[in-house]
Design a protein around this ligand. Structure first.
Ligand code: ACO
Length: 428
């Protein structure tokens, strides 16, 4: 027996158990041997929100939340943000290695040749009310796409899986752009695969038949970097949903529809939208201290602050802050930035935030950039979803090919009523 074990004594029975330790974890199933009598179910762990439960082995993204480290496939996020492109990062996440020049060219061509969507999908967008939240449209579009690509059901087939990856990455910006144009009552622009991934997206959003239309390269680059920063974040809420649905062997469109639904929540991808709303409510730098006092009293949370994993400055937030200045050179500055900077300054010196290790997260500044680029607030989470798509797909592919994975099925601690007899309605 090696010393890579944990010895546990059950004080109810006095019995001692030896549990193996592998990769700094213990197999939860080993606890089931710990029983008071043979008919017992055995011990389980209780972990709401899965704060200390590893649900998979993964080789995709590494995070050290205390040190503020984020790496995709071993490459530091700072280097990828500075030197790579979103599509190259997508390739890296999905294939595990950086592509050669030829591989990258083929990959970019393949993705850009899957940008057109079925006309029925365009008509589905039409069916939404003018003020429909674009995340509702995106979530619905993904499940409609499931019905349009029957081969997606063949999740055990590697070629079929690869095809859906290209389709999803290619078509998602088109759906997002259609949702936006529908919202503002303008005709759809069909994709232009001569442009870069984010260039084409901006084109579909903005083009109005001008004779000399050009995508602004600074804005396309800023969006590309923001997408890189959002591309994966290991087992976050929406990725866990992608894996959970995928574990039932459902196709990747419906799995991603569920993941996008999770992302739309204000504690997850909806946070950047919430940050901009919050900055608007604060309204002026001079109101920052009183706002912070109300946060400390527990009236509400400071949106864009805190993270389940990072107990240090989110490394992505640092990069986003830099991009803000590049974008403002093109778009002009935004008064909300001054309020955000003041909020950060006050919070980072305040005992409440310091002691709880609450730092700005990636969403604290991304919303301000999107606003400066004239995105309506409710498009922010859609942008997050476009960035996160390769991460969701990489995690889904890893799950499908992992022989240790089974259908996700957590346990519960039942604290409800004991068995009792049904009381007829007239006797209640
Ligand atoms: N403002 C004020 N207090 C906060 C905040 C915040 N933003 N976040 C956490 N706290 C406090 C909690 O009240 C709690 O205090 P207590 O110990 O006195 O009760 C303590 O810090 C720990 O908070 P938890 O809720 O246990 O932290 P958890 O890890 O569960 O939550 C979360 C993480 C959801 C991100 C949280 O920090 C939050 O709500 N932040 C605001 C929303 C946000 O920005 N979400 C984006 C996350 S990043 C992303 O999805 C890309």
């Amino acid at each position: 027996m090696t010393n890579e074990t944990l010895t546990v004594t059950d004080n109810r029975t006095g019995k001692t158990y030896e549990i193996p330790i592998e990769n700094e974890t213990i197999p939860a199933a080993a606890l089931r041997k710990i029983k008071v009598d043979p008919d017992d179910f055995g011990l389980m762990t209780y972990d709401p929100g899965y704060g200390n439960t590893a649900s998979c082995k993964s080789a995709i993204t590494y995070i050290d939340g205390d040190k503020g480290i984020l790496r995709y496939r071993g490459y530091p996020i700072e280097q990828l943000a500075e030197q790579s492109t979103f599509l190259e990062v997508a390739y890296l996440l999905i294939h595990g290695e950086l592509p050669s020049k030829d591989e990258l060219e083929r990959w970019e061509n393949d993705v850009m040749h899957h940008t057109f969507v079925h006309e029925n999908l365009a008509r589905m967008v039409e069916a939404f009310r003018y003020d429909a939240h674009p995340m509702s449209i995106l979530i619905s579009a993904l499940s409609i796409m499931s019905s349009m690509h029957a081969d997606a059901k063949d999740v055990q087939n590697a070629a079929a899986r690869k095809k859906q990856v290209l389709r999803i990455l290619g078509k998602l910006p088109t759906v997002a752009a259609f949702a936006y144009r529908h919202r503002i009552g303008r005709p759809y622009n069909y994709p232009n695969s001569d442009l870069s991934y984010t260039g084409n997206f901006l084109y579909m959003l903005d083009y109005m038949k001008q004779t000399h239309y050009e995508v602004n390269p600074v804005l396309a680059k800023a969006l590309d970097v923001l997408f890189i920063l959002h591309a994966d974040h290991e087992q976050n809420c929406s990725t866990a949903v992608m894996r959970n649905i995928g574990s039932a062997m459902a196709d990747p469109y419906v799995a991603m529809s569920g993941a996008a639904a999770a992302l739309s929540g204000p504690l997850h991808g909806g946070a950047n939208e919430a940050v901009v709303k919050m900055l608007g409510v604060i309204g002026d730098e001079k109101h920052v201290p009183s706002y912070i006092e109300r946060v400390k009293k527990g009236d509400f949370r400071l949106m864009g602050f805190g993270h389940r994993v990072y107990k240090n400055y989110d490394p992505r937030a640092r990069i986003v802050k830099q991009i803000a200045y590049d974008v403002f050179k093109v778009t002009g500055t935004d008064p909300l930035l001054d309020i955000a900077l003041k909020l950060e300054e006050v919070a980072l010196q305040d005992e409440y935030f310091v002691s709880r290790k609450l730092y700005p997260n990636v969403d604290f500044y991304s919303g301000i950039i999107y606003r400066a680029m004239r995105f309506p607030t409710d498009m922010f989470t859609v942008l997050f979803a476009l960035g996160r798509a390769p991460g969701w797909l990489a995690q889904w592919l890893e799950l499908i090919t992992d022989e240790e994975q089974r259908i996700a099925r957590p346990r519960q601690v039942y604290l409800g009523a004991e068995e009792r007899a049904y009381v007829p309605l007239g006797e209640r």
